[in-house]
Design a protein around this ligand. Structure first.
Ligand code: G6P
Length: 595
């Protein structure tokens, strides 16, 4: 999704901005741009597509001496991914970059057009810079014009604006979208997430909603809530794998062990990041999330209800926000997010907080907006996830929810020492089950060739394998662009079975340790209507057209994690065969910071 960088200082601004944008690349974008203001001159470069196109455009440009610059990667929302719509958006003598959505842009635009402004793009962002210049007609004070402009905006935004009228300042405003300012020995930096700042600054301020101001080379120290930022850049490398997604699938067993470290032992479950009375008085849970994190949340519901006997609701964050849900004071609100910046999840969290609920984040990024906003957090410790299609983040989210369920089961008096020990043993086996075995991967490579046509996929499962089926379908559609749906297998006969024929591929999750006979009958019903069945099971299933064998397991969670890997690899191999860019699938963003 859109990314922002900014810099004030003496170093080569072009290089700093472009390097910063490269750090944000994995989040997904379709155009990029930079603007540099130095020695009284404001230069803007923009390009559609990858950052290398932008680099080509400004190849011959250098900026010496003191100056400042802003940069942006855009993921189109208002208007197509064209050069005119790319940021920085331009007015007569100012440039702006913006993440988020200006909800009242049409009103502002109409008003400005009546005043004679000619718009060059279809974006909502252009109104920011034009409105700023309109206000500047009535004042010599650039800051006053900026402040008035920001006061007129409605919506979510992180904004950096530069103007020839104030050649030593970057103006900023933040509401709803993340924005960080940091200082290092080479100058002042801005970014929409930590990654471009690591290695460049040692101190940062995570700007709060409502923050609006300007920065020059000296003002950083006047800010409050300055925090240190670790210096070590942790680069994610493909390490010989074809794609980051493939590497991330392979490292799941390792990161799952990290997730358990210090929390899971034969002596019990410890959640040190939370005070011991954190869950006192809680008698219900609402989980809110988007995308893959929502599927993890759905899986968590089965665990929390079964193990901890806690009533659990799971809601899609974008739905929860406007549904005027009934919330009880003794309810715990859990926000699940890989990035910690998903706008819908963040806003749902704020809403729950406003209603007085205790809030907990299950998140992969420390210091992210969702972590900072929550009363407590359990970090998933998946490490940097680069593939837009989430894999290891999902695995660790489910593991955290499992750990939490066992913890709460004990806390609420359901799990004795013996039960905890057996759950811990099961977690270790489940982790082991995510180690990718070469024969399995080879089998899926070969099998994938047979699933490139047809008119769609059903992924079916029951109980906790139902959200896994949803996740399997999501993985496939995200990176292969094939139509795939997940269903609770018992629901097939209530409608979806009408689609069954030999060109409908059904991927059936058949765990031996959970409702095996039930799901078997559901699959047979589909087979009887000629659907092509690919069964994932530890033993033969005679009605299947294709089998993917998982290792025999001792319980259903071990089977869950084994099957998760199969579904991820199947999606990966099909997408590779289709010739797609697996790590940056079309139309998708890693972190969706707009509503
Ligand atoms: C985007 C990504 C998904 C992700 C979802 C939620 O749509 O493409 O892969 O699951 O956002 O993201 P989060 O960071 O909140 O888990």
């Amino acid at each position: 999704m859109c990314g922002i960088v900014g810099y004030i200082g003496n170093n080569e601004k072009k290089e700093i901005l472009i390097n910063g944008l490269k750090e944000l690349e994995y989040r997904g974008y379709d155009s990029a741009g930079i603007a540099i203001l130095s020695e009284g001159e404001l230069k803007t470069f923009k390009a559609v597509g990858k950052i290398c196109n932008l680099e080509n455009k400004c190849m011959d440009f250098t900026s010496r001496g003191f100056g400042l610059g802003i940069g942006h990667t855009r993921w189109a929302t208002h208007g197509k991914p064209t050069e005119a719509n790319a940021h920085p958006q331009i007015a007569e003598f100012s440039n702006v970059v913006h993440n988020g959505i200006i909800e009242n842009y049409q009103e502002i635009k109409k008003d400005l057009q009546q005043k004679g402004h000619q718009f060059l793009s279809q974006t909502d962002t252009e109104v920011i810079v034009r409105l700023f210049e309109e206000y500047l007609k009535n004042t010599d004070d650039v800051w006053v014009a900026f402040e008035h402009m920001v006061a007129s905006l409605r919506g979510a935004y992180a904004i950096l604006l530069i103007s020839i009228k104030a050649p030593d300042k970057i103006f900023y405003a933040k509401n709803g979208s993340p924005l960080i300012v940091g200082k290092g020995k080479d100058g002042v930096y801005f970014a929409s997430s930590d990654t471009p700042l690591v290695g460049c600054v040692d101190r940062v301020v995570y700007l709060e909603d409502g923050a609006c101001g300007y920065m020059d080379k000296d003002r950083f120290d006047t800010l409050t809530h300055i925090k240190p930022l670790a210096h070590n850049k942790i680069y994610a490398q493909k390490e010989g794998f074809r794609y980051f997604m493939e590497k991330e699938i392979y490292e799941q067993h390792k990161v799952l062990l990290e997730t358990m470290m210090g929390r899971v032992s034969q002596e019990g479950i410890f959640l040190e990041s939370l005070p011991s009375d954190f869950f006192d008085g809680i008698d219900m849970i609402t989980i809110c999330a988007c995308g893959t994190s929502y599927h993890a949340g759905m899986s968590g519901k089965y665990l929390l209800e079964r193990l901890a006997r806690l009533k659990t609701n799971v809601a899609i964050a974008s739905e929860f926000r406007y549904a005027d849900c009934v919330m009880g004071k003794s309810e715990l609100f859990i926000a699940i997010s890989q990035s910690g910046e998903t706008a819908d999840t963040l806003e749902a969290l704020k809403l729950a907080k406003k209603k007085g609920l205790k809030t907990l984040a299950i998140c992969n990024v420390d210091n992210s907006s969702i972590v900072r906003e929550s009363d407590g957090a359990i970090l998933t410790r998946a490490g940097i996830e680069k593939g837009v299609a989430s894999t290891k983040a999902f695995a660790t989210q489910v593991m955290v929810l499992w750990i939490l369920s066992v913890y709460l089961s004990h806390h609420r008096g359901y799990a004795d020492t013996k039960t905890i020990k057996s759950q811990v043993a099961s977690m270790l086996k489940a982790t082991k089950a995510t180690e990718v075995n070469a024969t399995l991967h080879e089998r899926l490579k070969r099998l994938s060739k047979r699933y490139l046509h047809g008119h769609g996929f059903f992924f079916i499962g029951r109980d906790i394998f139902y959200p896994l089926a949803l996740e399997g379908a999501l993985k496939l559609k995200e990176i292969s662009y094939l139509h795939a749906e997940g269903y609770a297998s018992g629901e097939m006969k209530h409608g979806p079975i009408a689609l069954a024929d030999s060109l409908l591929f059904t991927v059936a999750l058949l765990p031996k340790h959970l409702l095996y006979e039930k799901i078997k009958s559901n699959v047979e019903e589909l087979g009887a209507r000629d659907a092509t069945i690919c069964a994932i099971c530890s033993e033969d299933f005679e009605s299947a057209d294709d089998m993917v064998y998982i290792n025999p397991a001792d319980d259903y969670m071990e089977e869950f994690f084994s099957m998760m890997v199969v579904l991820q690899l199947l999606a990966l191999e099909i997408a590779i065969k289709m010739g797609n860019d697996v790590d940056m699938p079309r139309n998708l963003a890693k972190s969706v910071t707009v509503e």
